[in-house]
Write a protein that binds this ligand. Structure first.
Ligand SMILES: *Cc1c(COP(=O)(O)O)cnc(C)c1O
Ligand SMILES: [Zn+2]
Length: 440
C-alpha cells in the first residue's frame, strides 16, 4: 500500500521493525538514536542496520516503481527507497527534494572513454549540485530525530554547501570547517549563502576533519561528516537509483571518484543489500578512481590492502584531495565484496576528461571527471572491456569550480588538448569575420 505521502510517513507496510547502529569493527550495537561519532568500545566506524523489509525481489521493485509516479511525497530519489535508507525517518524528514538524477549517454564521452555503452549518472543535478545532498537529507533528518542543537562538518566544499542548505531548511545552526584557500569558489559561496558559520582553517582537509571531531565532542555538536553512518545510508541511493533506471539489470561496472571513501563505502553497502534482497541477481564491479597525487587507497589496493598509507594530498580535483581517508576500512570491504578495482589518473587526464564531458554539453566539476578518465585508463589497461556496460558517476556540477575551468581554457603555455579560449575583439563586424575566417 502506497500513498502520496508514504515515502515520508513514519512506517509503511514494507518496514516492520526498527533500525540500530553497529560498530563495523567490533560489532557492538547502539540504538539508532545514539548521537555517536564512533564506537565507544573500540573507536571503529558505525554502520546503520535496518530490519529487512517484508517484501523482496519483484514485489519490492514494484513498490519502488509505484512511488515514482506517486506525487509529491515520492518526489525524492532518496526517500522513495526509505525502507533501505531510514525506515523510521517519519515526520522528521528534511527533503529538498533530492536525487532523481539522470543517466545520460553522450557519444563524445563514450568514444573518448573507449566504451560504447557508457552511461553518466549525473549527481550534479542535485539541489546543491553534488551527490552530498543524498547523504545530507538523511543526516539532517537524523539530526532532527535526535534533537541536535547544532550540526557540523569538515569539508572540501561540497559537504559544507549541502549541510548549510539542509540545516537552513531544518532551522538548525550549522558550523563548517574548510581548508583556507583550497575550496572551489562555487562551494564556498554556497556555504556562505545558505548561512552556515564558515571557518577557514589554516590547514588541509585532514586537519579540518580532526578539528571538527574534537569540536563536536567538546561542544556537543552533531557531527555530519561522511563517517556519520546515516549519510552513507542516503548515498546508497545513487547506486540503487541507477540500478532501478537500468530496469535492475546490473551493469558490469560502477565507476566513481574516490577521496574520503564514504561514497565507495556506500556503493558497496548498497550493492550487498540490493543483492541480498533479490533486487539484482548479479553484483556490478566497483572501480574507485583516485587522483595520482591523493591516492592512498589505490596504493593500498596494489598491496592487497595490507597497508594503510597516509599521503600529503595534491591534486587539482579538490573534492578528492584527501590524504587520510576516513572511510578506508568500509571502502576496502566495498572493493572486496564487489571484486572491484582501485586505480589512479593524473591531473592532466582529469582535466582533459572534464573538458570532453563539458564540451558534450553535460559538464561536471574536476573530481567528477576522474570517473570518466578512470574508465579510459582501465580500458587501455584491458581491465574494462570496450563492450562492457559501464555507469560512471559524475559527482558534481560544472559550476562548482569555475576557477579550474577558466584556467584550463585560458592556459597558453602550452594550451591544453581541448582548450576553448575566449577571443577578445574590437567591436567591429570585420573583427568578427576575421575570427570566424581563422576557424579558431
Ligand atoms: C565528496 C566528493 C567526492 C568524493 O567522495 P568521497 O565519498 O569523499 O570519496 C567526489 N566528487 C565530488 C564532487 C565530491 O563532492
Ligand atoms: Zn567497536
Amino acid at each position: 500500500m502506497t500513498s502520496a505521502t508514504s515515502a515520508t510517513s513514519a512506517t509503511s507496510a514494507t518496514t516492520p521493525r526498527a533500525s540500530y547502529q553497529r560498530c563495523a569493527t567490533c560489532g557492538t550495537q547502539y540504538s539508532d538514536t545514539d548521537a555517536l561519532a564512533r564506537c565507544v568500545s573500540c573507536g571503529g566506524l558505525l554502520e546503520v542496520v535496518h530490519a529487512p523489509p517484508l517484501l523482496r525481489g519483484a514485489e519490492l521493485r514494484a513498490v519502488f516503481a509505484a512511488r515514482r509516479s506517486d506525487g509529491p511525497g515520492s518526489s525524492s530519489g532518496v526517500w522513495r527507497y526509505h525502507e533501505l535508507v531510514l525506515p523510521n525517518g517519519g515526520a522528521h524528514v528534511v527533503s529538498h527534494p533530492e536525487g532523481n538524477t539522470p543517466l545520460l549517454a553522450r557519444d563524445r564521452v563514450s568514444s573518448y572513454a573507449g566504451v560504447s555503452g557508457l552511461l553518466l549518472k549525473h549527481e550534479g543535478h542535485n539541489p546543491t549540485g553534488s551527490f552530498k545532498d543524498r547523504g545530507m537529507t538523511v543526516g539532517v533528518t537524523q539530526a532532527r530525530r535526535i534533537g541536535a542543537r547544532a550540526v557540523a562538518c569538515a569539508s572540501t566544499g561540497n559537504t559544507s554547501a549541502s549541510l548549510a542548505a539542509y540545516a537552513a531548511q531544518a532551522g538548525i545552526p550549522a558550523l563548517v570547517f574548510v581548508p583556507a584557500g583550497q575550496v572551489a569558489t562555487g562551494k564556498l559561496a554556497q556555504s556562505l549563502a545558505y548561512g552556515a558559520r564558515t571557518l577557514l582553517v589554516k590547514g588541509d582537509f585532514d586537519a579540518c576533519l580532526s578539528l571538527v571531531q574534537q569540536a563536536s565532542e567538546r561542544l556537543g555538536i552533531y557531527l555530519l561528516n561522511s563517517i556519520n553512518p546515516f549519510r552513507i545510508e542516503g548515498q546508497k541511493t545513487i547506486a540503487i537509483e541507477a540500478l532501478e533506471q537500468l530496469g535492475w539489470d546490473a551493469p558490469d561496472w560502477l565507476v566513481l571518484p574516490a577521496g574520503n571513501l564514504g561514497n565507495t563505502a556506500a556503493f558497496g553497502k548498497a550493492l550487498r543489500e540490493v543483492h541480498e534482497l533479490g533486487l539484482i541477481d548479479r553484483v556490478p564491479r566497483i572501480a574507485a578512481i583516485q587522483a595520482e597525487g591523493a591516492a592512498p587507497f589505490a596504493s593500498s589496493f596494489r598491496h592487497d590492502f595490507t597497508t594503510r598509507p597516509k599521503v600529503k594530498a595534491e591534486t587539482v580535483a579538490t573534492a578528492i584531495k584527501i590524504g587520510d581517508p576516513a572511510s578506508f576500512d568500509r571502502a576496502v570491504q566495498a572493493i572486496r565484496s564487489t571484486n572491484g578495482v582501485v586505480s589512479t589518473v593524473s591531473d592532466a587526464e582529469i582535466l582533459d576528461a572534464k573538458a570532453v564531458v563539458d564540451a558534450s554539453g553535460v559538464g561536471c566539476e574536476p573530481a567528477s571527471a576522474a570517473s570518466v578518465a578512470g574508465v579510459r585508463r582501465l580500458v587501455k589497461e584491458g581491465i574494462i572491456r570496450p563492450s562492457d556496460r559501464v555507469v560512471a558517476v559524475l559527482t558534481g556540477h560544472v559550476l562548482k569550480d569555475p576557477g579550474a575551468l577558466l584556467r584550463y581554457h585560458q592556459e597558453t603555455d602550452p594550451p591544453p588538448q581541448f582548450a576553448n579560449p575566449p577571443v577578445e575583439i574590437e567591436p567591429t563586424i570585420e573583427a568578427v569575420e576575421r575570427v570566424l575566417a581563422t576557424g579558431d
